[in-house]
Design a protein around this ligand. Structure first.
Ligand code: AMP
Length: 279
């Protein structure tokens, strides 16, 4: 497995892979890899000749007071795990390589970034869209794989790719969970053992919501209230948002029809966790 740290080298390597007629699959990550990331690398492995994984904690998607400085990092371990899952190349640039000099250009996706995490983390999706545009131009992938764990993120990247005529496919992989249902996340390492137990409430609330919908409770306020109660029973939990929205527009629903996205962000102690489920 090859480790590349500069955009120039990545572009040269991508050009030569493409000249040989081979397909490039790309999995962008912020590292501290877990089974969720590895499942996406394996998906890429099945579809591409060459799999590139980026490991880059992107400073411009963190807001003031968020966890940029403490975000968990273990590059050696990540390399070993990524290679085992099928990565051929790790792209691992420094922040200076990505944003050095007079960096002035950002990608803004409208409307679908205004709700859910976008409403709570101003500038977050601008940072995500910008870094993905830059990484796509470095890696020149035929397709990129994103996790449904970050549902809004994959919608934003799909929108950006369509609107800017980016010549790649966006593929979404399912959410990988711990045995008690907690969605895997690099941030789960922040949780104390008591918080770790209580964190299962996110998934339990989503399951409760979908269960009630299947039992024909279609009123969004009633569904949200039942979910809210389940979460607020946990002493360390504080809801950041809990929404039931249209899966395409991310606009709030008042009643659930054929499709809905149930999405939430909850602080467990000081750790902000997100999860979602599609009905
Ligand atoms: P991150 O390193 O958190 O930026 O995540 C990198 C990619 O892995 C994103 O596309 C995430 O949606 C995806 N991902 C993170 N956690 C999971 C999970 N539990 N299951 C599936 N994909 C995930």
């Amino acid at each position: 497995m090859r480790i590349i740290t500069t955009i120039g080298e990545m572009q040269e390597v991508a050009d030569s892979i493409r000249r040989e007629g081979r397909d490039i699959g790309f999995v962008p990550t912020m590292g501290f890899l877990h089974e969720g990331h590895l499942s996406l690398i394996r998906m890429a492995r099945q579809r591409a000749d060459v799999v590139v994984v980026s490991i880059f904690v992107n400073p411009i998607q963190f807001g003031p007071g968020e966890d940029l400085a403490t975000y968990p990092r273990d590059f050696e371990r990540d390399c070993a795990l990524a290679e085992k899952a099928g990565a051929d190349i790790i792209l691992h640039p420094e922040a200076e390589e990505m944003y050095g000099g007079d960096f002035l250009t950002y990608v803004e996706v409208g409307k679908i970034t205004e709700s859910l995490c976008g409403a709570r983390r101003p500038g977050h999706f601008r940072g995500v869209a910008t870094v993905c545009a830059k990484l796509f131009n470095a890696v020149k992938p035929h397709f990129a794989v994103f996790g449904q764990k970050d549902y809004q993120q994959s919608l934003v990247i799909r929108r950006m790719a369509a609107d800017l005529n980016l010549d790649l496919d966006i593929i979404t992989g399912p959410i990988i969970r711990e045995s008690d249902g907690l969605a895997m996340s690099s941030r789960n390492t922040y949780l104390s053992s008591q918080e770790r137990k209580e964190a299962a409430a996110l998934q339990e609330a989503l399951q409760l919501g979908v269960g009630l919908i299947r039992e024909e409770e279609r009123s969004v306020p009633a569904l949200k209230e039942a979910m809210r109660q389940l979460i607020e029973e946990k002493p360390s939990a504080r809801i950041d948002y809990l929404e039931i929205v249209d899966p395409d527009t991310l606009e709030e629903l008042s009643t659930v029809g054929e499709h809905a996205l149930l999405a939430l962000a909850v602080y467990i102690g000081n750790t902000r966790l997100i999860d979602n489920i599609l009905f």
